[in-house]
Design a protein around this ligand. Structure first.
Ligand SMILES: Cc1cc2nc3c(=O)[nH]c(=O)nc-3n(C[C@H](O)[C@H](O)[C@H](O)COP(=O)(O)O)c2cc1C
Length: 304
């Protein structure tokens, strides 16, 4: 069985949520096992920005009931560092390097990028266009824990303008990763589709915060170094289901559904409301092999 997604051929319906599975670090731990038993049908990189970013000051994590607030702040090596250091390693791992990996199906690489405006995003897309190792691009317009240029995804008109302005900069499939922190996510999805997106993905994390626990400290301060962060994990699953359902009902392009998926039943729910693919995020921190298990269980649900 194979799944068609924006012209790519995938072995199954389960991919990773950007920023939640570091394939390069995982390879150091699992070595060849990761190559042969790669859990995702496509691999989405963490968000890459034009310039390197250090990320937010610590603390960066807060455990919430049934979830996790992260305020990581998108640390990354920047475009040049990604292309120079990470891309060759990812291509080797995912099987795009030819030769050695010819015995198994290559896992398409989706590079996730974020820019503060159309100019920055255009440069990122143009650079991705040049690289054959990259199968598709995911545009992050939705991360709530950094302060620049991110609200473009919250307003349908702005989102449409930006996607329209950058769409022509790559011929590769363009997935727009929507923000859930908006009044009408379906309107944003429709705007992205009308501007030329090939697919949309959702949900990103929900804006959240936590106060430092010392009850006696006045005024109370946020716990997270970045002030606010984004909530992920089981706590957001029901929100994800509602937003994916609303979006899938509005657009004709494929939808990648994510948010709190821990087992095949959760994945099946997202598919049943109209998603084409499902991404596993926070669950991979608890169990890095979870996506492989979910994909297998999903296949047996489909066959049974
Ligand atoms: C620690 C962490 C880092 C993340 N980094 C990114 C990122 O770099 N880019 C992005 O688009 N989404 C990022 N996300 C959002 C996830 O890809 C996903 O949309 C979200 O966590 C919901 O799925 P989940 O509940 O299964 O984790 C991150 C999430 C977490 C928890």
């Amino acid at each position: 069985m194979s799944i068609e997604f924006c012209g790519l051929e995938l072995a199954h319906r389960v991919i990773n949520g950007s920023g939640t599975f570091d394939a390069i670090a995982a390879r150091r731990v699992f070595d060849e096992g990761l190559r042969t038993g790669f859990p995702f049908a496509a691999y989405v990189s963490k968000t890459i920005t034009l310039e390197p970013r250090a990320g937010n000051p610590p603390p960066r994590l807060w455990e919430a009931p049934g979830g996790l607030i992260n305020s990581i702040g998108l640390p990354n090596k920047g475009l040049d560092g990604y292309l120079r250091d990470d891309l060759p390693q990812l291509a080797d791992l995912l099987g795009d390097a030819g030769g050695e990996a010819a015995d198994r199906r290559a896992v398409p690489l989706i590079t996730n990028v974020m820019g503060a405006d159309s100019e920055e995003i255009s440069r990122l897309l143009e650079a991705c266009q040049e690289r054959g190792e990259i199968a598709a691009v995911e545009l992050n317009v939705s991360c709530p824990n950094v302060k620049t240029g991110l609200d473009i995804g919250a307003d349908p008109r702005q989102l449409e303008d930006v996607v329209r302005a950058v769409r022509g900069r790559t011929q590769k499939p363009l997935v727009v990763k929507l923000t859930p922190n908006t009044a009408d996510v379906a309107a944003c999805a429709q705007a992205a589709e009308e501007a030329g997106a090939d697919a949309v993905s959702l949900i990103n994390t929900l804006r959240a915060t936590a106060l430092a626990p010392q009850a006696t400290v006045r005024p109370r301060r946020p716990w997270l170094g970045g002030g606010t962060g984004g909530l992920s994990g089981p706590a957001i699953r029901v929100v994800a289901l509602a937003q994916v359902e609303a979006v899938a009902a509005r657009v004709t392009i494929p939808v990648v559904g994510m948010g709190g998926v821990q087992c095949a039943r959760h994945a099946r729910d997202l598919l049943d409301v109209g998603a084409t693919l499902v991404a596993v995020g926070t669950e991979s921190f608890r169990d890095p092999a979870s996506a492989g298990r979910i994909a297998r269980e999903l296949q047996s649900l489909e066959e049974g």
